[in-house]
Design a protein around this ligand. Structure first.
Ligand code: PMP
Length: 350
């Protein structure tokens, strides 16, 4: 028998492209088009590299405390990781260990089925409606856990806190994870519910609204019990995950709330303006509450638009997948970047 028979074989998640050419208008991976809070760069300059001889604080206490203060959540209810991907991967491993399938939408973050396959977790997808909303009844059947983003990705569609609470209430015997990667762009967080439901885990990230995708910082908030189990799993895997610069810069990003709000509001304003202009060009899209649009054109196929945009130095995201193969996911960039996108489309669609 070949050694390959015992390899854990997986089909990996395909991340959006990171081109080397800096002239590209990069609207493909939902990063923030603006720099992180000014304090972040300042802290990077000041950092005493001598500290790097030592291991970082494996509890990242400084960052946990600043999140605790900002969100008014006890530090024992906060878990941090290397981007929310790390937090989510650890959560799948820790909480989804049932023989029953975990549930998530058929159109959603395409890492969920990859983690399920990696850990051999049975899963079942629930079809969204034609306007990409979840049907709550789909999640009220026997299952091994529930996970979905709110707003959903790549649709941008937001579900109400009331509906999510109903789903949590019906699933007290499993862990329910709400992935709030994009919640700062106009969604309402279910964070206040963590004190009511000890099986609710809320996951957020510094990669989008806090402009720190490159630093890799994510976090989860939930009952002390849930967070305790997550920490046990993490400390059985790799203790020192967040490095010192990430901890320091994360703290600086949280400190500057005025800058955070200004940046987020700027992106929301651009998003709403661009919605109007794309509509005039014959596009239709969901009412996205995130930092991207999920757009389809009434005559020109999305695959063609993806290709010509790329040839012209404008990267967006396209999936040749059932139900979404005529849609583009377009990250909201700066006003200038969006103007260049729109003037190209105007010319091309003439
Ligand atoms: N959740 C969703 C829904 C996402 O779109 C992303 C970004 N790819 C992530 C989580 C992970 O982001 P990060 O690891 O940068 O925090």
């Amino acid at each position: 028998m070949s050694w390959e028979a015992n390899v854990r074989k997986v089909e990996p998640y395909v991340a959006g492209e990171q081109p080397k050419d800096h002239n590209i208008i990069k609207l493909n991976t939902n990063e923030c088009p603006y720099p992180p809070a000014p304090g972040v760069a300042k802290r990077a300059e000041e950092m005493n590299c001598g500290d790097l001889r030592l291991y970082p604080d494996m509890n990242a206490e400084k960052l946990v405390n600043s999140l605790s203060e900002y969100y008014h959540v006890d530090p024992a209810k906060i878990f941090v990781g290397v981007g929310s991907d790390d937090v989510l991967a650890m959560s799948f491993m820790t909480f989804f260990n049932s023989d029953k399938p975990i549930l998530f939408p058929d159109i959603t973050y395409s890492f969920y089925d990859v983690w399920a396959e990696l850990y051999r977790i049975p899963y079942k997808t629930c079809a969204l409606t034609d306007d990409f909303h979840m049907k709550k009844e789909d999640y009220m059947v026997p299952n091994g856990g529930v996970i979905f983003p709110n707003p959903n990705a790549p649709t941008g569609v937001l579900e109400s806190v009331d509906m999510i609470e109903e789903i949590i209430r019906e699933n007290r015997d499993v862990v329910v994870i709400i992935d709030e990667a994009y919640v700062d762009f106009g969604g309402e967080s279910v964070l206040p519910l963590i004190d009511k439901y000890d099986n609710l885990l809320v996951v957020q990230t510094f990669s989008k609204s806090r402009a720190l995708a490159g630093m890799r910082i994510g976090f989860a908030m939930g009952s002390e019990k849930l967070i305790g189990y997550l920490k046990d799993a993490k400390f059985s895997f790799n203790s020192y995950t967040l490095n010192m610069p990430a901890i320091e810069m994360g703290v600086e990003a949280v400190k500057d709330d005025a800058y955070f709000k200004k940046t987020v509001n700027r992106i929301i304003a651009t998003r709403e303006r661009v919605k109007g202009e794309l509509k005039e060009l014959g596009f239709d899209f969901t009412d996205s509450k995130s930092n991207f649009l999920f757009a389809t054109h009434k005559t020109v196929p999305a695959g063609e638009l993806f290709r010509v945009l790329k040839e012209n130095g404008i990267y967006v995201r396209y999936w040749n997948k059932k139900r979404i193969d005529n849609r583009l996911r377009i990250t909201i960039g700066t006003d200038e970047q969006m103007d260049r996108l729109i003037s190209f489309l105007k010319e091309y669609l003439k």
